[in-house]
Design a protein around this ligand. Structure first.
Ligand SMILES: Cc1cc2nc3c(=O)[nH]c(=O)nc-3n(C[C@H](O)[C@H](O)[C@H](O)COP(=O)(O)OP(=O)(O)OC[C@H]3O[C@@H](n4cnc5c(N)ncnc54)[C@H](O)[C@@H]3O)c2cc1C
Length: 511
């Protein structure tokens, strides 16, 4: 390979790009992150994150910077055409599988600022703001990226790889000629954020709600502190720009609040789309975040999906750049993420279609069907069961329902009190064994983590999360990837060498 200025150029320093730069910086890769806009946008777009993303922040050593801006996501109660409860979407109950509240609301601007500052704190990461991506040229062993800073001539930097995290209208994607595939969802909605005062808070429900009313479907979300969000469908003939005017916005909110009840933070109209890039990789260039996909925000997964993208890609890039894996590993990025995004988007669309039903007869039929599914009462679905496992890519050949699931993170006992498992054992490839299982532990080069139960010595978990996991999946061990997804499981300790040999042959490199 020719010597390049950087290992990776990250185009776009929004949430996906900032997390990519953090992960690449943590891996010690020479990274350039650029954004054409200097400041973080001071208005929230994403409002929900989940435990997988918080675990990733923990792995970056920045959970303490994010947690002050986070609160639990209250259950979302769905009300039907006649105002009756038809469904609840909640989170899985304690003990929490990833070590954090499974569904959370957060305030995006300070979290995004913290992510940017954290990325810039890595010695191998350079950040250039106010710099626009113009174009790129690919060679067999590098990419030359043309950038434009204000009042300067265009400059060219070279990198082994580029990640386009430049949002929905991605110039990188357009430059590569990659089209979006339309997954067929297109609804006009207004998103309204209000900082509600005490008088207003007293009038509002304590939990989130979906009003699945055919006259005008709408969503209410309880954000952190006094932040409350409404997402309200625009009706045929309503002009989005006119509806964004404060007078119209307060009219839309009049069912809940009046202007004296709070400060309008922002009101913007959006088309809720479902789109996925037809290709996630072109040569040495990858797409991630909104540049690769968009989905309706009904369970608050858009940004989470973008962060999952870069969480998936970063450790693979690090392994390939260091020579510990074949470059073919990078093909598993698109394979895994495309399947996951399509499956989750289909589930979000299905939820969206039930919410967006405008025909009163069909809406009443929907309500009856949903209640029938719950045996006559409103069923509770968890957000965690809606998010699917990985079902393609770098997974063990022997099919098993645990493969591709997110491995839990219990609290483990420590001398100074309980600690998250990852803080004790790290985040690389690992073989996690059930300390209750009989037999000789495998002898392997892969780090082994043996989880014991209270009353035994060693790494003792609290709450029995992993014991229950091993019991559920009928195995004595799991081979866990650096992004915490399960590569494969061990039905017994003797099966370990075969599973590891298979993995080694697939990773290749100098592993
Ligand atoms: C109403 C609404 C509600 C939502 N709610 C949720 C939620 O609750 N939970 C959730 O997870 N997600 C939610 N989302 C989705 C979430 O906001 C997005 O998925 C997320 O912000 C995308 O992050 P990103 O980093 O991929 O792109 P962006 O945030 O769009 O960042 C792209 C960056 O690239 C920069 N850029 C663009 N072009 C160039 C160029 N040529 N050169 C240099 N820089 C460039 C831009 O300036 C920008 O900073 C919601 C979205 C909307 C609209």
């Amino acid at each position: 390979m020719t010597s390049t200025d950087f290992d990776v150029v990250v185009v776009g320093f929004g949430p996906a790009g900032a997390v990519a730069a953090c992960l690449l910086g943590q891996a010690g890769l020479r990274t350039l992150a650029i954004d054409r806009v200097v400041a973080v946008w001071d208005k929230p777009r994403a409002i929900a994150i989940d435990h997988e993303i918080m675990r990733l922040f923990q792995n970056l050593g920045m959970a303490d910077k994010v947690l002050p801006h986070v609160a639990p996501f209250t259950a979302s109660e769905h009300f039907g055409a006649d105002g009756q409860l038809i469904r609840r979407i909640d989170m899985v109950p304690p003990p929490y599988p990833q070590g954090y509240t499974p569904s959370m609301v957060f305030t995006q601007p300070p979290v995004e600022a913290a992510l940017r500052a954290h990325a810039a704190s890595y010695p191998s990461v350079e950040v250039q703001l106010g710099v626009e991506f113009i174009s790129l040229e690919q060679a067999t062993d590098h990419v030359a990226v043309t950038l434009q800073a204000p009042q300067a001539d265009p400059s060219i930097v070279t990198a082994a790889y580029v990640i386009g995290c430049d949002g929905a209208s991605s110039t990188v994607r357009q430059h590569l000629g990659i089209a979006f595939e339309d997954l067929v969802f297109d609804e006009p909605w207004m998103v309204i954020d209000v900082r509600v005062n005490d008088a207003g808070l007293a009038k509002l429900p304590a939990t989130a709600a979906q009003f699945c009313e055919p006259a005008r479907p709408s969503t209410f979300i309880v954000g952190p502190g006094n932040h409350r969000r409404w997402e309200i469908m625009l009706l045929p003939g309503e002009d989005p720009r006119t509806m964004e005017r404060p007078k119209q916005v307060w009219q839309l909110l009049s069912r809940w609040l009046s202007p004296g009840d709070g400060e309008l933070w922002r009101a913007s109209s959006y088309r809720f789309h479902a789109l996925v890039a037809s290709q996630w990789r072109a040569g040495r260039v990858f797409l991630a975040g909104d540049a690769a996909h968009q989905q309706p925000p009904f369970i608050g997964q858009g940004m989470c999906q973008g962060i999952r993208d870069v969480g998936n890609l970063s450790w693979k890039l690090a392994a390939v750049i260091r020579g510990t894996a074949f470059s073919a590993l990078l093909d598993t990025y698109g394979e895994e993420r495309d399947q996951h995004v399509r499956t989750l988007t289909a589930r979000i669309k299905a939820i969206g279609h039930t919410i967006c039903e405008r025909d009163p007869v069909a809406a009443r039929r929907r309500d009856a069907d949903l209640l029938a599914q719950g045996g006559g009462t409103a069923r509770t679905v968890t957000r965690q069961e809606i998010v699917p496992p990985i079902a393609a890519g770098l997974l063990a050949d022997t099919a098993h329902p645990a493969n591709g699931t997110l491995f839990p993170q219990p609290w483990v006992a420590g001398a100074d009190g309980p600690r998250h498992l990852d803080d004790v054992v790290g985040t690389g490839w690992r073989m996690v064994l059930d300390g209750r299982a009989a037999g000789a532990w495998p002898n392997t080069a892969m780090p082994i983590v043996t989880i014991q139960q209270p009353g035994h010595s060693g790494l003792v978990e609290q709450d029995g999360i992993l014991a229950a996991w091993f019991d559920k999946y009928g195995c004595v061990g799991a081979i866990v990837r650096p992004d915490h997804y399960v590569y494969g499981v061990l039905p017994d300790f003797m099966s370990a060498p075969a599973v590891l040999d298979d993995l080694k042959s697939r990773l290749g490199g100098r592993a």
